[in-house]
Design a protein around this ligand. Structure first.
Ligand code: NAD
Length: 277
């Protein structure tokens, strides 16, 4: 099993729930961002050998959240329609997403909640917890460090770092804030696999370098800067302003204020600019 961007984790076989006669056929007319390479020599008929599109990976995490709730309620099965509605997608897209990991429901029964949960967790590499180190416990970092939901979903915060003497030695969510000089030793000792960068932009690359030197191979970057990392290290950037800009675009499009696609004309000079040219 692979993802289609960034580092490629080792292929992980996922147990199939497909029953040849009864399986719901995956619908393939939906745009799931599928980037399967037609020249890929892997067996295209084997779901475990096909790349999982990045967009599907993101939706699998949403399905998992719903499935976890259903499991907690003691539900045995769920229909594709119910699961899709709870995840905010249509059922055709859900079935196609799940076909990427070799999961399909049984007609008239739906999906086995426990089995599907295990399959999605295996695909997302969640069969064991990932220790997280968070660097920079200012406004944002403090809020992230105090959020208990990460541990519940398999991402316990194992270490906190800052350089501010007023913060070093304090405790957030039961974890002591240590000086950033200790990133290497602490991350290695606690088996940290994910590093979260919540420092100001000028410090972010140095912090990232320390995390990478400590063996951290997955970085979640909140700082507004592009981080350079060696091959084999995956960086994901979170920028809420970008998300808002995308929302803004969709609002503008709904109101018809987005210009039609094509070359954008240069703005006309204002009278003052025209005079000074
Ligand atoms: N991606 C987003 O949507 C989003 C949203 C809010 C903030 N941010 C970014 O997150 C970062 C943090 O924002 P904030 O409001 O919490 O800032 P902040 O100033 O409140 O906190 C930054 C913290 O980083 C610490 N720090 C500075 N240099 C460090 C170093 N070398 N090692 C360890 N710690 C160091 C500071 O002491 C401080 O505690 C900024 O880069 C900001 O632009 C991103």
């Amino acid at each position: 099993m692979t993802v289609d961007r960034g580092t490629r984790p080792s292929r992980r076989p996922v147990p199939s729930t497909r029953t040849p006669e009864d399986a719901l056929a995956p619908v393939d007319a939906e745009d799931t961002g599928d980037v399967t390479d037609a020249t890929d020599p892997t067996d295209a008929t084997d779901p475990a050998a096909r790349p999982v599109p990045e967009a599907t990976v993101a939706r699998l995490a949403v399905y998992l959240r719903v499935l976890t709730t259903l499991l907690g309620e003691g539900r045995g099965t769920v229909s594709s329609e119910e699961l899709a509605a709870a995840a905010g997608v249509n059922s055709a897209k859900l079935r196609k997403d799940l076909s990427h990991i070799g999961s399909s429901g049984v007609r008239g029964v739906g999906y086995d909640v426990a089995r599907l949960t295990a399959e999605v967790e295996a695909t997302l590499g969640l069969t064991q917890p990932h220790a997280v180190a968070l660097v920079g416990v200012g406004n944002l970092g403090h809020a992230l460090a105090g959020y208990g939901g990460f541990a519940q979903r398999g991402f316990p915060v194992a270490a906190l770092f800052d350089v501010d003497p007023a913060l070093v030695g304090t405790t957030i969510g039961g974890v002591e804030v240590e000086h950033a000089d200790a990133i290497g030793a602490v991350c290695a000792a606690r088996g940290v696999t994910i590093g979260v960068v919540a420092t100001p932009a000028p410090a972010a690359q140095r912090v990232c370098d320390h995390l990478v030197a400590a063996g951290v191979r997955s970085i979640l970057n909140f700082a507004p800067t592009v981080l350079a990392v060696p091959a084999g290290v995956e960086v994901r950037k979170v920028d809420l302003a970008v998300e808002m800009q995308v929302l803004s675009f969709h609002v503008a499009r709904r109101h018809g204020t987005v210009p039609a696609a094509g070359p954008v004309a240069a703005p006309r000079p204002t009278p003052r600019e025209a005079v000074s040219r």
